[in-house]
Design a protein around this ligand. Structure first.
Ligand code: SF4
Ligand code: SF4
Length: 500
């Protein structure tokens, strides 16, 4: 059927600069460029371009510019261009519109409406270049009180703790959704930076067992790749109940991405769709969740924290209380702007709540119940820079996960084509030729650099506040003020208005 959709991007080629090297043809996995022998020129089929910037980045003479196709529709606030185009797509395919990456609809990003404090005359600032600044974070349940013996040694037996050198971990991105080279880059970077990476729900390839001290493994509803060795090599075991990009629905890895290696890692037949059910079929109550938490604690001999991840939804605070009472050592909240390899667009853009609101309400509720110390609180879903990290810690998070930011560091340009498996940057693909575009030596270096840069910035911000340990910023909402927010929004965030 002929499509009625106009091209989204224009490909402009400066013919004076183009040396016909054909790099663009080789780099584009969406078959946009071709060589026209008759004219001895490279031509482009602009309707194929998804705006991933791969060809533009690698063109040796900077001959290519990718521009948004600014075709005009008659102004109509109800029938906006995207809505019209989605209807055209569905009229042509008869199917659910799938998409990759996170919600891009512009709901309020509360991080941009929060500002951090800085010391001036009293409580002077600290110079992070000259004074030690502590970013170390321990994840895991903490006891209500501790006892020391006569020699001031700790007498209380602590539940298992995980030490992070930086309060930033890499979010779960499964093998199959991303390439093995991406996972290796994340695992190596986490090991070097003293933090954790997360397998996501696709099992763990044996070549990555060596990163065991820095690996969180997921147990999701599909139970893909869950076996004794998998639990044995984990530093943290994470039960995945929900995901911010698609709360309330399951996962779907299309059969085309289930290669021989993906199939053996996930323990499913090659080429079959990997469907994780929406619910965990053995969890219908907090008591059921508790049984799985304690089954996993038994399986790992109570030696590692058990984490439970949910999507941020209306009643996250009440659910979080139940999760802590069910024995979770770490609670993970994944917000509305969290990314995905593939999700129905309508769910991604319309279900869930912003992570800032979920974090503030969960932290407050756990404090009110007197159980905040029983579990660490980790958040994810749209953390973009160290400013967001500092604000998240001040709002009550112990640590954050980054997913999209890590992929951008590896090359991702948010073209939202992850579900096609054709990622030109070699990230969201299992195609062996495309996957090779990520070199774990280079990828891990880029990720370590990112964490290092954010750590320095965090220390600068803490120093400015006169704080020399992250522990003093955690849940310290007095260090935050709101701008351009309503009284109700400030009340949920538990933050005062700027100037107050
Ligand atoms: S899809 Fe990417 S690589 Fe292909 S033409 Fe567009 S920007 Fe270039
Ligand atoms: S991972 Fe690849 S396919 Fe997905 S948004 Fe990024 S560049 Fe596009």
């Amino acid at each position: 059927m002929k499509t009625y959709l106009p091209p989204k991007f224009l490909v402009e080629r400066d013919m004076d600069r183009c040396i016909r090297c054909k790099v663009c043809i080789n780099q584009c996995s969406f078959d946009t460029h071709y060589y026209d022998e008759e004219d001895d020129q490279i031509q482009s089929i602009i309707g194929n371009c998804v705006g991933c910037h791969r060809c533009m980045t690698f063109c040796p003479t900077q001959a290519i510019t990718i521009k948004k196709n600014q075709h005009q529709y008659r102004d109509n606030y109800n029938w906006r261009p995207e809505i019209i185009e989605d209807i055209i797509k569905q009229a042509e395919t008869g199917g659910v519109i799938l998409t990759g990456m996170g919600d891009d609809k512009g709901q309020t990003i509360y991080w941009d409406h929060l500002v951090l404090n800085a010391s001036q005359v009293t409580n002077p600032s600290i110079d992070p270049l000259r004074e030690p600044m502590e970013l170390t974070t321990y994840l895991g349940s903490k006891p209500d009180k501790i006892e020391l013996d006569g020699e001031r040694n700790l007498k209380t037996l602590l539940p298992p703790q995980v030490k992070l050198d930086v309060p930033i971990m890499f979010a779960g991105m499964s093998y199959g959704a991303v390439s093995l080279q991406v996972q290796e880059s994340l695992a190596r970077a986490a090991t070097e930076a003293g933090t954790l990476w997360d397998t996501g729900e696709g099992g763990l390839h044996p070549s990555l067992y060596k990163y065991k001290n820095n690996t969180t493994v997921q147990v999701a509803s599909g139970r893909f790749g869950v076996h004794p060795k998998y639990l044995d090599v984990a530093r943290v075991v994470e039960i995945k109940i929900g995901q911010g990009a698609k709360p309330g629905i399951g996962g779907h890895l299309p059969g085309e991405k289930v290669s021989a290696e993906v199939s053996s890692t996930r323990m499913i037949p090659m080429g079959t769709d990997a469907l994780s059910p929406a619910p965990q079929h053995d969890i219908y109550s907090i008591e059921d969740l508790s049984q799985l938490v304690y089954a996993l604690k038994e399986a790992v001999n109570y030696s590692k924290p058990i984490s439970v991840k949910i999507a941020a939804v209306n009643n996250s605070a009440a659910i979080a209380v139940g999760m802590v009472k069910a024995g979770a050592d770490i609670i993970v909240l994944d917000g509305l702007r969290g990314a995905t390899g593939a999700a129905p667009k309508i769910i991604r853009d319309n279900v869930g709540i912003p992570i800032e609101m979920a974090l503030a309400s969960v932290d407050s509720r756990l404090r009110k119940e007197g159980i905040r110390n029983h579990a660490s609180l980790v958040i994810s879903g749209g953390i973009r820079n160290s400013g967001d990290v500092a604000k998240a810690i001040a709002l009550g998070a112990d640590a954050v996960y980054i997913g999209t930011a890590a992929l951008i560091a590896l090359g991702c340009r948010l073209c939202q084509q992850c579900h096609t498996g054709k990622c030109a940057w070699g990230i969201c693909t299992t195609d062996p030729l495309l996957s090779k575009r990520i070199n774990p030596d280079i990828g891990s270096r880029r990720l370590v650099n990112l964490l290092h840069a954010w750590s320095i910035e965090l220390q600068e911000m803490m120093g400015g506040m006169g704080i020399n340990a992250l522990e003093s910023l955690r849940g310290n909402r007095l260090q935050l003020r709101g701008i351009g927010l309503t009284d109700s929004e400030l009340a949920v965030l538990g933050v005062r208005m700027a100037g107050d």
